[in-house]
Every structure is written in C-alpha cells, then in structure tokens.
Design a protein around this ligand. Structure first.
Ligand SMILES: *Cc1c(COP(=O)(O)O)cnc(C)c1O
Length: 345
C-alpha cells in the first residue's frame, strides 16, 4: 500500500533513475499525488523557500533584468525579501485591491500572488488578475500555501505556476519542511526540474514520504480544522478583548465574497488584532496553555503567534496581530483556553 522511502544516492546504470539529485521514486509518488490535486505537474524541493526561489528563477529566466515585479505588500516576508534582493524594481500592492494590481501590471515581468495572504488573509480575485496579466504579458505565480489545492487551484484560473510550502498543511504534522512548484506547461516543469538538478535543493526521500503520508489525511484534517476555525472566528468577533477578526469565512470579512466565488472554503487560519497593542498580544500568546505559542501553521496542534515579533515581518502587519492556526483539538477546549488568555487581566 505505502510507497517506500527509497534511500539511495545513486541507481544502477541503465534504469529509469540515474542519480539522487535528478529523481527519486519517493519524490515521484508525492509529485504525482500533488500534481493531480492541483491539475498540473509538481516538482518538489527541500523547503517552501527553495520552491519560491526556483519558481521566480523559472519565470524570470531570460527576461530583461530591468523589468519590474508586482508583489503582495503583505506577502510572506521571506518571499518578499527574496524577490526584493533580485535587484529588479518592485511594485508592492495589496493583492485584494484588484484595480491597484491591474494598474501595476504594464511593463511588469512577474506578478507574485499569495492567496489568502500570510498573515492578513486577504483574498485576491485570481481569475481577474490572471486575465489582466495575460493582456500585459506578465507571468503569474501563486503561493497557495495557506489554501492548499483542496481550497484553491490557481492553474485552473490561468496562473503559470503554483507554489506550496508543504511544510504546512500538506505534511500537516509539524515534522518536516518541503516545498513544491506546480506547473501546467511542460516547458515550465522542465525548467523547474533543471533548476532543482543544478542548484540541488532536493527534498530528502524521508521528508517526501512524510508529506505523502500527510496528504492521505489532508481532506479530513482540513475539513475539521476549517469547521472549528469558523466557529472560533464567530466567537472571537464578539469577544470584548478583540478589536478585529480577519477570516474570509466571516460574512463581514472583505475577502468573504471573493473566497466564496473562487475558493472551496475559507481555510483554517484566523488573524486577530487585540485591544492594547503589542504588549497585550504578547501577553495573550504567553498565557495560552493548549494553543502553542510558536511560528508556522497547518499542523494538527493549534498554534498562535504575534507575527511582528519577527523583525523582518512586513510593516503593514499590525503590531497587535496574532495569527491563529486551528488544529484538530476539541473546539470547546480551544475556545476555553483562548477566552481565558484573552480575558485575564
Ligand atoms: C512558510 C511559507 C513559505 C516558506 O516555506 P518553508 O518551508 O518555511 O521554506 C512560503 N510561503 C508561505 C505563504 C509560507 O507560509
């Protein structure tokens, strides 16, 4: 039933596989599963950032180095830092502001979208952005880490590449880092493979096996976590210590309608801003007992963190913002712990 962990650096000459930096049967099983979920062909990497690095290199290869890039103002901060480091002009816009994104496209070589964005959970109008990018000859990459292919399939909407940090929901157990680039066009797949073979940011066979194992339960994990997130978001909205709740599943959220039209669910991340600023938010994160105060998301255990504790976090992220990753615990246990942490003086 289970694909084995094929732990070998090299393969006997004359077979399907040659050398461990070029291909591996355990990666292939994972890539086949992930590719079919996204409606394309997946190429796996050693981390989400390795996939980000490969995706931008593939889409910008051979393109005039002075051509600009359009990037999300509240995108994952390491990605924005990587793109900013390329030396090309950077146009930072909110991906939720379709008009602003479209206005920034003429002359841009690459549109980098995150949907929903991490950590503000803003939802982009992907069909409209991909259509506009096609008109200006701008290539589109969508980082769909927070959504997973179960909730968002950007290739179907016209994106050139999709990136996933499989580190999060796809592996699902907070025990491995892995990334993937998914493409519809074979030339882009070939370029992603060539990039991996040359730069060597390959996944370990064991890590690929762990993600493959995680994928088997992705629908039930995500379904449960999303359901709990919806309930918690509704309760948080009414909590006196909470100033704002960002969750596309809430009818009052700016991304609600768009998420309903373009996604198969709002996901299991919630961002809240608490009254009292940074210190109040730090105190909440320090007081929870069931929710673990840690970075990353998408595991079976619920976690939270104040995002601006990282010096590199985007300045548009409020200092009092806590990102909550809802896991699989009982909803009442999660609420009791959160309510107590928010309420205690
Ligand atoms: C975590 C994350 C990444 C980077 O993934 P790593 O596996 O940590 O390198 C990229 N994009 C988004 C949206 C992420 O949340």
């Amino acid at each position: 039933m289970a694909t084995p962990v094929v732990a070998t650096s090299t393969f006997g000459a004359g077979g399907v596989h040659g050398y461990g930096r070029y291909s591996n049967p355990t990666w292939q099983a994972l890539e086949s599963a992930l590719g079919s979920l996204d409606g394309g062909t997946a190429v796996t990497f050693s981390s989400g950032m390795a996939a980000v690095a490969a995706a931008q290199a593939v889409l910008l290869s051979g393109i005039d180095p002075s051509a600009a890039m359009v990037v999300p103002a509240d995108g994952y901060h390491t990605t924005v830092a990587l793109l900013a480091g390329l030396g090309r002009p950077l146009r930072e816009v909110s991906m939720a502001d379709t008009e602003a994104v479209v206005a920034a496209l003429p002359g841009a070589a690459l549109l980098w979208v995150e949907c929903p964005t991490n950590p503000l959970l803003q939802v982009a109008d992907l069909p409209a952005l991909c259509a506009a990018a096609r008109r200006t000859g701008t290539r589109v990459c969508v980082d769909a880490t927070t959504a997973t292919p179960l909730l968002l399939r950007p290739l179907e909407m016209g994106a050139d590449l999709v990136v996933h940090a499989a580190t999060k929901y796809l592996s699902g157990h907070s025990d491995t880092l892995l990334g993937a680039v998914v493409a519809g066009r074979q030339d882009l797949v070939d370029q992603a493979v060539a990039h991996r073979s040359m730069y060597g940011a390959i996944p370990g066979p064991f890590e690929a096996w762990l993600v493959l194992r995680g994928l088997r339960t992705l629908p039930v994990r995500l379904d449960r976590a999303q359901h709990t997130a919806g309930e918690l978001a509704r309760r948080l909205q009414a909590h006196p210590a909470v100033q704002r709740v960002r969750y596309p599943g809430l009818p009052g959220d700016p991304g609600h309608r768009r998420a309903r039209d373009t996604m198969d669910g709002p996901g299991a991340l919630i961002a809240i801003e608490v009254h009292g600023g940074q210190d109040a938010a730090d105190a909440v994160a320090a007081r929870t007992r069931l929710w673990v105060n840690t970075t990353s998301f998408g595991g079976v255990e619920s976690t939270l963190e104040r995002r601006r504790r990282w010096p590199g976090e985007r300045p548009c992220v409020p200092a009092s913002l806590l990102r909550l990753s809802v896991g699989l615990e009982d909803v009442e246990d999660l609420w009791d712990d959160l309510d107590a942490a928010l309420t205690r003086p």
